[in-house]
Structures are given as C-alpha cells and as structure tokens.
Design a protein around this ligand. Sequence first.
Ligand code: NZQ
Ligand code: ZN
Length: 388
Amino acid sequence: MLGNFTYCNPTRLYFGKGAVENLKSELANYGPNVVLVYGGGSIKKNGIYDTVVKILKECGKNITEDGGVMPNPTTEKLNEGARIARESKADLLLAVGGGSVCDYSKAVSVSAYCNEDPWEKYFIRFEEPSCKTIPVGCVLTMVGTGSEMNGGSVITNPAQKLKIGHVFGPEIFPKFSVLDPVYTFTLPKYQMVAGIYDIMCHILEQYLSGDDDNTGDYIAEGLMRSLVHSSLVAVKDPLDYEARSNIMWTATWALNTLIAQGKATDWEVHMLGQAVGAHTDATHGMTLAAVSMAYYRTILPYGTHRFARLAENVWGVDPAGKTPLAVAEEGLAAMLDWMKKLGLVLHLSELGVKDDMFEGLADSTAINEGGYKKLTREEVINIFKQSM
Ligand code: NZQ
Ligand code: ZN
C-alpha cells in the first residue's frame, strides 16, 4: 500500500544548452557575497569557470573562491569551507561541479554558523540544522548523484574511516540548479560510466524493496529503460547530445525523492560502497559497481518476485516456461552484461581493497533494514570477499 507522505521539491531547474545564462536572473535573488565552490580544477580547463565568473562580475557580486573540493569531500575540508563562508558573510554558495562539490556546499550551508562539530551533529547524530543556513545554487558538471535536486550530502571522515550521508530537508535542497548536458562532455569516460552506474544503483535501491503496487516502481522501470538505452549510445559516442541529455535528466529523477514516496527503500549497496570509499577513496559509482552483483545474488532468494519483474520489464527477459528464479537470474546476467559493456569496475581488488581489509570494511558498513534481507556481519564480509 502506498504510505502517507508530504512531497515538496523546491529546486528550480534550468536545463539545456546555454542554460547557464539563467544564472543572471537567479543571482538577482541573493545578496552581494557569493562563495564560488569548485573542485580540483576541471572547470578551469573546460572554460566553465570563466563563464561563471564573468556572469558573477556582470551581476556585481563579490566573489570569494572555495576551490579544491575533492571527490569524497572530507571533514577537514568541510571545516575550512564553513570558515570561508562565515568570514565572507556569504549570501549564496554557488557550487560549480559534480556531486562532491554540490554535497559539500550543502554541508557548508548547515555548518558555517553551527556552534557544534558538524560531523557529530549531522553525520553521526543525523540532527537537523538549528542555526542560520546559507542558500546553495548549483551549476552541474558531472552527472550521477542527483545532488542537484535533493538534500543529500555525503561527507568522509578519513580518520574514523567512515563515509556517511545525511539527507537534509527541502530547505537545504539547492535553490536552483543549472543543467547543461554539454558541460558534461569533458568528463573522462571513467567518470561518465561511474555516474551512469550510480544512477542505476539509485533507482534499484528504491525499486528492490517492498512488495506493494506502487506508482514509483513503474516510473523507476521507465527511468531504467531510458538509462540502459542512452548509456549504450553514450559509451560508443560520448558526444551524442540526445543520449547525454537523457542521462542527465534520468539522474535527476532517479534521486530527487519522487520515486521513493510512500514506499520502503533499501540503500544497502550504498552502505557497502561507502565503506569501500571510506577505506580507499575510490570513485563512488565504481565502489557500487564492484559490490552490486555479490549483494544482489545474496538477496535474490528473498526478493525473487521483484528481481523477476525487473528482469522482464527492464532487461527484456521472456518469462515463458521459466520459473521466477530462472527469470530473475537471467535478468541479473543481462545486467552484468550491460555493466561489462560500459566498462565498469567489477572487482574491489582494482579499487585498492586488500585481503586483510574485510573486517575493517565490515566495521564501516551500516546495515539497513529496508531491503529483502537484513544482512548479517558474516554476509557483509562474504559480499566483500566475493567482490574481489
Ligand atoms: O574536481 P574536479 O577537477 O572538478 O574533477 C571532477 C572529479 O575528479 C571530475 N569532473 C566533474 N565534472 C567534470 C569533471 N572532469 C571533467 N569535466 C567535467 N565536466 O569528475 C570527478 C568526480 O567528481 P565528483 O563530484 O566527485 O563525482 P560525483 O558527481 O559522482 O559525486 C560523488 C560524490 O557524491 C556523493 C558520493 O558519495 C561522492 O562523495 N553522493 C551524493 C549523493 C546525493 N547528494 O544524494 C548520492 C550519491 O549516492 C552519492 O553518494
Ligand atoms: Zn550513489
């Protein structure tokens, strides 16, 4: 049964070629002090930095830069960003980058005026902000996380070997996001396919849970079919605008809270992948790709009916004359075949995981209850072993 929910997604999106021009009208809504948040420098190479700075100057903004946000942003960087935002009296945090830059900006938003340790408050105790927060806007350059239209913020504490996401409420969603598919054309193929798998995984985390008849699951199937089609085009021709724009739009809908409304969700692949990220600093989408098959095979006997539906409706498996288990397994095989065609990392050993790390990885893995099987610690360790 569809559970009760309140739905609000306040992010205004500007989508398409040249969408950055809309920044001008958006910027008029905020005061003069803008912190320009970005990553390791890709935006300086591909010209996006110059375009955005020109617009900020034309709009008469005082620009303070907060660059060097790393993939898997850390607590140390967060504390630095909070100080920069506070000292510059930021009226707007403009995140120009991928999920890491956008997630980090949301974390800075709630931390700049927080008088406690933000890591403890938001990422260990999962409390909501009780201080003044700073609006976030986003110019997206990497597709996958959905951070452009959600309240998710994932921060890594390297000392504690923990990578944890807090899903903030609508007041922390980006106020606006600029989505120009052309801005993603300079992504290295490794990042493009990691992002594509992140999208698939987000949809599956919400789809592989619950037994009820839920509209969100039908939407999820459509999103997955679009993604499979467009990803196979994009991997052959990364400059195919139609494919790249569909992937960008699918990523947003995969995790902008819509398809999860009123239903149970799992998120265990993310718990396993985030543990790997905390120990290795590997690319998010690849950590998910490497652990997925072992996880799905572990839970398949408990959710066979749903895996069979997935096989039929997304992977095109013909169920005639087959048991649900056979259909489900054929679907997983088709999914693995797709993952290979994309060139995803399928072995944890390629991400820096060593045989003596399994206990530590298990210590860093949160165990969720929303999926078809609540994992035991032994199962967690076995999944990591089988993913090598
Ligand atoms: O740092 P720069 O130099 O910009 O390079 C980045 C980075 O190295 C590069 N890149 C981005 N746009 C580019 C580009 N290179 C060339 N051309 C461009 N146009 O790509 C690399 C990866 O960027 P990153 O932002 O780290 O990737 P992604 O968007 O996958 O974000 C990953 C982070 O988001 C979190 C992940 O855990 C991870 O920390 N997630 C956030 C979620 C959310 N907010 O809801 C959900 C996700 O499940 C995920 O956990
Ligand atoms: Zn993800």
